[in-house]
Design a protein around this ligand. Structure first.
Ligand SMILES: [Fe+2]
Length: 312
């Protein structure tokens, strides 16, 4: 039986957890197996579908000109504007033909090693539930809108699709070195909040930006946040904000550059050199940075979310 201690796992089977590897204590619902997959997608109500449609319409007011071309093309290719919450089976068929990825339903956040295992096998675990009107603007746990609208269109881009698989493969290694926090920062600053240079400007490719109401304008245009060219070593040493807009965004030249920076990196060496905690504050600008925009940090200095500060 493969375990996380194996140096060269084949990723075919879910590994046993080694006793000394930390995993977040999540209570597995009784109806799912070790793979945490739901037997079927939820049967949504017409109100659920209406919530999706309203979220979709709201995002389409801000994303053209702020979302990257690959995302807009992905929305189109997968015909996500057809109305209602997409059916994962159909989505997987379409996505499978393009890049070999599928979308699989999960009940909630799932354990890290299971999440990495699905990614390593080109399966994207998506939250099964959809938010309600009460939590329309902000939810803690990713729902089907965040996961499918925010993440899935990017998986139609072949290079980005390869990056996501490599990320999953890198996950097990991070767990062996107990440096999951560092790899989590890379996910945060790329997959969730990444920007890309495009059309003489920057555009968003991160799902956290693309699926929320306020962050697209802030990330792309506001004076407050720093915009710094991505350096994998630096990003993996950088703290981040979970429940507010980001003080710093990292920008890639292209998806090919992101993929290259990740696969060519000797992660064994990197993990051995990384401290257990973060070195840089989330608003820091350091000597080695290639800075596109040095932010005023006005929004965060005024108190950020809940303070009435305007995200400028
Ligand atoms: Fe996400």
């Amino acid at each position: 039986m493969a375990t996380l201690a194996d140096l060269e796992p084949d990723f075919a089977t879910l590994p046993d957890m080694a006793a000394d590897v930390f995993t977040a204590p999540l209570a597995k619902p009784a109806h799912v197996g070790e793979d945490w997959l739901e037997p079927a997608q939820t049967a949504y109500t017409s109100e659920d579908h209406k919530v999706w449609d309203d979220l979709f319409a709201r995002q389409m007011e801000v994303l053209p000109g702020r979302a990257c071309a690959a995302f807009m093309a992905g929305l189109d290719t997968l015909d996500l504007s057809r109305g209602g919450i997409p059916e994962f089976g159909k989505l997987s068929e379409e996505l499978g033909a393009l890049t070999g990825w599928s979308v699989v339903p999960v009940p909630m956040l799932i354990p890290d090693h299971v999440f990495f295992w699905h990614l390593a096998n080109r399966r994207f675990p998506a939250g099964n539930f959809i938010r309600t009107r009460e939590t329309f603007d902000y939810i803690e746990e990713p729902d089907v809108f965040h996961d499918v609208f925010g993440h899935v269109p990017m998986l139609t881009d072949p290079t980005y699709a390869d990056y996501m698989q490599e990320y999953g493969r890198a996950g097990w290694k991070a767990m062996r070195y107990n440096r999951l926090k560092a790899l989590g920062a890379l996910y945060w600053y790329t997959v969730e909040f990444g920007l890309i240079e495009e059309a003489g400007s920057v555009r968003a490719y991160g799902a956290g930006i693309l699926s929320g109401p306020a962050e697209a304008r802030f990330a792309v245009e506001a004076e407050s946040p720093n915009r710094i060219m991505l350096n994998v070593d630096r990003v993996m040493r950088t703290d981040y904000v979970i429940s507010d807009l980001q003080p710093t965004y990292f920008v890639i030249e292209s998806f090919a550059d992101l993929y290259r920076q990740t696969v060519e990196r000797d992660f064994d060496r990197l993990y051995r050199s990384l401290p257990a905690g973060f070195t840089y504050a989330n608003s820091a600008v350091i000597d080695v940075d290639n800075v596109l925009h040095r932010g005023t940090q006005e929004y965060h200095l005024r108190g950020g979310r809940g303070s009435g500060a305007v995200p400028v």
